[in-house]
Design a protein around this ligand. Structure first.
Ligand SMILES: [Zn+2]
Length: 177
């Protein structure tokens, strides 16, 4: 089993549009098992495959850290309805460590996805589940929560963000902001 490392802001994969998952084979199962380990270790509530360097449309959700039992692995998740009302919430991201800021998002969404058994499902989500689904699906489209921050929150976090960019520049020689 491969240990997956969470990549951070500045890494180009985080800005790519991830590829749809085709056949659910052993390779996909193995990616999901490794992502589960990574999510557990990082103590997050959601993880998208691009965050571990895999540009494919796979999302894991585990709300146990926020006191709920919801756990799911979703393939090719897609938001097919968003409510009109926007609600604020203080977001963070495993790929942008130590950065926090207020993001306004629709309070509820309907998400279409496939499960590991290849079944199509519809999820009616509100509150924290709606929040995390939108955040993780953004990852599949190369979007990050810091894209939505107010100028004030951007300024507040500027030093940490610059440090992440510098770290990736050293590691990779190039970055994608
Ligand atoms: Zn994230």
């Amino acid at each position: 089993m491969a240990k997956l490392e969470v990549i951070t802001y500045g890494h180009p994969i985080l800005r790519e549009v991830a590829k749809p998952v085709g056949k659910v084979d052993e390779r996909i199962h193995s990616i999901i098992r490794d992502m589960m380990d990574a999510l557990l270790e990082e103590e997050g509530i959601g993880l998208a495959a691009p965050q571990v360097g895999i540009s494919e449309r796979i999302v894991l959700i585990d709300l146990s850290k926020s006191g709920q039992t919801t756990k799911m692995a979703l393939l090719n998740p897609e938001i097919i309805f968003s409510s009109k009302d926007m609600v604020p919430y203080e977001e963070g991201c495993l790929s942008v460590p130590d950065v926090w800021g207020t993001v306004y998002r629709p309070s509820s969404v309907r998400v279409k996805a496939k499960t590991l058994t290849g079944k199509s499902i519809l999820i009616e989500a509100e509150d924290i589940l709606a929040r995390v689904l939108q955040h993780e699906i953004d990852h599949l489209n190369g979007k990050l929560f810091i894209d939505y921050l107010s100028e004030e929150d951007k300024t507040k976090n500027a030093e940490k963000i610059t440090a992440l960019i510098e770290e990736n520049r050293k590691k990779l020689g190039h970055v994608a902001l």
